[in-house]
Design a protein around this ligand. Structure first.
Ligand code: KIV
Length: 257
């Protein structure tokens, strides 16, 4: 029987792959019902859920808590667990933690950067791995586009080729020039999934809170907002406050008799 990774691989060059992040049951259920290809429990939850300045303090326990909630909502969509910083420092810890993700309901894990020993060991243990090159938030000193110099672009290209060679089922390309993403996409077997990497990737991923417009102050160039939930939520809360103050709510219709 073909695994979900074969389905994702099979889309390369045929149809675009859609991945979105989710951190809770209800959002996962919505994404599942709409029919995205993959749901990533990203360590971006450190920022959008926990309110930290980056992803560097996200723990395995937090990732497992959110993965379990997401997996309950994602009835048919494969869930990918993002291995947080320090969770794959050695082959032994990587295997132990990746298995925790699978037990929590994930179908595979994502690893930041070119980690030959770790990625090979996970794949050898039948754990599907999604690679990630370009901007790597767990180790980045600054959040900016990567691969603009020839040296950096060559390194990112080489890393993507190697991760492809280890057998990753897909590779996230984060914040790199479109031309570099195109060259990688054309030269790897695994589908590429871009965020801030332009049009030529095999798929696209966004952080769900960002694309739904929760935080008006977060506005990187690549981000398109598909909804303005910040405004919608504020308006709903203001209406609720007004109606409670005026006595319009609760009315007869919303009261037990
Ligand atoms: O943590 C995350 O949400 C990610 C995506 C942006 C790819 O790594």
């Amino acid at each position: 029987m073909l695994g979900f990774e074969d389905n994702i691989r099979g889309k390369k060059g045929k149809s675009k792959i859609i991945m979105l992040t989710a951190y809770d049951y209800q959002m996962a259920k919505i994404l599942d019902e709409v029919g995205v290809d993959l749901i990533l429990v990203g360590d971006s939850l450190g920022m959008v859920f926990q309110g930290c300045k980056d992803t560097k303090s996200v723990t395995m326990d937090a990732m497992i808590y959110h993965t379990k909630a997401v997996a309950r909502g994602a009835k048919k969509t494969p869930v990918i667990g993002d291995m947080p910083i320090h969770s794959y420092a050695t082959v032994e810890t990587a295997l132990k933690n990746a298995r925790r993700f699978l037990e929590a309901g994930a179908k595979g894990v994502k690893i930041e950067g070119n980690k030959p020993e770790i990625i090979r060991a996970l794949i050898a243990a039948d754990i599907p791995v999604m690679g990630h090159v370009g901007l790597l938030p767990q180790t980045a000193k600054a959040y900016k586009v990567r691969g603009k110099t020839l040296k950096e672009a060559t390194q990112i290209f080489q890393d993507a080729l190697e991760i492809d060679g280890y057998g990753a089922f897909s590779i996230v390309l984060e914040c790199i020039p479109e031309s570099l993403a195109k060259r990688i996409t054309e030269n790897v077997k695994a589908p590429t999934i871009g965020i801030g990497a332009g049009r030529y990737c095999d798929g696209q991923v966004l952080v769900i809170n960002d694309m739904l417009g929760f935080d008006e102050s977060f506005a990187p160039k690549y981000l398109k907002r598909y909804a303005d939930l910040n405004k919608i939520i504020k308006n709903a809360v203001k209406r609720f406050m007004e109606e409670v103050y005026s006595g319009a709510y609760p009315d007869k219709e919303h009261t037990y008799h």
